[in-house]
Design a protein around this ligand. Structure first.
Ligand code: FAD
Length: 473
């Protein structure tokens, strides 16, 4: 019997449901083949997100090589690539960790049908989340639209166990048929050549190290430190979760094992509820499959958002004249990651101060974020735009200057990303345009030349945003 395990966004060799199950089903001289599918559309758009993803894939490929369980690459449109796999390898069974949302869900459904028609048995699993989209239900069987009751139910449910992978068994059953897939191998090599970014942590080993570091200390006061972008107070797990370099079960069980629950645990509780947000948004996107393009709340579907490329460009580049917003966008552009507090602030700014369409922001994040996750990103954007199922109310609009004073009081984060403001005094760091000419000269920062004037007046735009929503509410 020949089993194939399809790697997708689960780029690791530990605690991997599809791999563990395939090995569990393996007997005597059964064989196993590991593979990844490269779609030709990747050559058309290669964004920072892809750059990071392929670096993670490389780290999996290298690791699998060490374990004598090489990864094969199939290449081409999905059906064409799978036809080639079947012709070359006569696979009897396919194993993968399924997607419940978006493009992945459609692809999984069509490939399951395609293989089913060719007598290949398909086994797919919920692996990416602690609880899949239909596991956390109301008592009447419906789904939750609001997070807090969802969280209450989520906490009551038993969490899935670690899916142990037997390394020796993997090495002894794995096939090496890479010669038959040279075209796929070339496509992989070409993509790896394109990768150039330098990132803070790539792949399984880095993920586990970073998690240990976070659980040693930072998790205990996560609730107090997580909102301050100048502090390294969050876990940075999102990039590893998105690529699957770490399993969500490993994170959950390591917390249970490693955390000293005698210490203050409000940080731990807050952290666990963040993991539940990830499940929540996956569930929401599952039940609102059009949420990538359509407002979840029907009455807000006709909002007349602005459409101005110049304004959008200034937001993207971090040239709005609001220091915290600009510093955040430059952090994103340079590192592929942005702090959560700032994601909320820049999303609110784009939609409520610039009145721009949230879909534009969602799209830009999808290109730039190394942790881009459609469900969480769409959820976050529709939350900020007040169009989601459990959003920030449209009349409670973030004031970008107050956010800056509150969450970066000394301007440390701002100065890290906006060198032009380096010598601006603390009392002006949140509003450099308030400096007198004399003060600007002294700070070596002429507003309008070295750093932009504010692109809008917050008070005016706030009123216009509220009007825009009121008209529809
Ligand atoms: P931590 O604070 O350490 O949180 C731990 C984990 O919990 C995260 O890794 C993540 O998996 C999960 N988590 C935390 N907050 C949220 C949240 N609000 N929603 C869903 N999951 C959460 N997260 C993504 O993973 N991908 C995205 O594309 C994404 N886009 C966002 C867009 C907007 C507009 C907003 C407001 C939030 C978005 N988030 C997204 C959620 C959150 O900002 C990131 O998960 C977080 O900043 C990642 O850093 P961390 O791993 O250090 O987080």
């Amino acid at each position: 019997t020949r089993r194939a395990v399809w790697f997708r966004r689960d780029l690791r060799l530990n605690d991997h449901t599809a791999l563990a199950k395939a090995l569990e089903h393996t007997k005597d001289d059964d064989q196993m083949v590991l593979f990844f599918h490269i779609h030709p559309s990747l050559n058309e758009s290669f964004t920072p997100r892809h750059d990071y993803f392929f670096q993670t894939l490389k780290s999996l490929v290298d690791r699998a090589e060490e374990w004598k369980a090489p990864i094969h690459f199939i290449h081409g449109d999905t059906e064409e690539a799978f036809r080639h796999l079947l012709e070359e390898l006569e696979v009897d069974m396919l194993y993968f960790n399924r997607d419940e949302v978006g493009f992945g869900r459609e692809r999984d459904e069509s490939i399951t049908e395609y293989l089913g028609n060719r007598d290949v048995e398909v086994y797919s699993y919920n692996d990416h989340h602690l609880h899949g989209a239909d596991e956390v239900q109301k008592n009447d069987g419906g789904f939750y639209k609001v997070f807090s009751p969802y969280l209450k139910k989520w906490k009551q449910l038993q969490k899935p166990a670690i899916q142990k992978v037997d390394h020796d068994q993997l090495s002894s059953s794995a096939l090496d048929e890479r010669k038959a897939f040279s075209e796929g191998q070339r496509a992989y090599d070409d993509l790896i050549k394109k990768t150039a970014g330098v990132y803070d942590g790539v792949g399984e080993k880095d993920a586990l190290e970073r998690l240990d570091h976070f659980l040693d200390e930072d998790i205990y006061d996560y609730d107090e430190r997580r909102d301050f972008p100048a502090i390294d107070g969050t876990s940075l797990m999102s990039r590893f979760l998105r690529t699957g370099a770490i399993s969500i079960r490993t994170i959950y069980h390591k917390i249970e094992e490693d955390v000293d629950f005698r210490k203050n645990t409000s940080g731990v509780d807050t952290y666990i509820s963040e993991l539940a947000w990830r499940d929540f948004y996956n569930m929401i996107y599952h039940y609102y499959p059009d949420a990538n393009s359509t407002e979840m709340v029907e009455k807000y579907r006709g909002i007349p958002w602005n459409n101005d490329d110049e304004v959008l460009g200034k937001w993207k580049e971090g040239q709005t004249g609001f220091p915290l917003i600009d510093a955040a966008m430059r952090q994103l552009n340079e590192t592929g990651w942005m702090h959560n507090r700032l994601r909320m602030a820049v999303a609110s700014f784009l939609t409520k101060d610039l009145l721009m369409d949230w879909r534009e922001g969602e799209r830009y994040f999808s290109e730039q974020l190394v942790d881009y996750d459609p469900a969480s990103n769409i959820g976050g954007w529709q939350w900020a735009a007040s169009t989601g199922t459990d959003p920030v109310p449209y009349f409670r609009i973030f004031n970008p200057t107050r956010q800056s004073e509150r969450f970066d009081p000394h301007g440390r984060f701002i100065k890290e990303w906006l060198p032009e403001l380096e010598n601006v005094k603390k009392k002006h760091i949140h509003e450099p345009s308030k400096m007198t000419e004399e003060e600007q000269k002294e700070a070596g920062c002429i507003v309008g030349e070295d750093y932009p004037e504010p692109i809008v007046d917050h008070k005016t735009m706030r009123e216009r945003a509220i009007e825009m929503f009121k008209d529809k509410a």
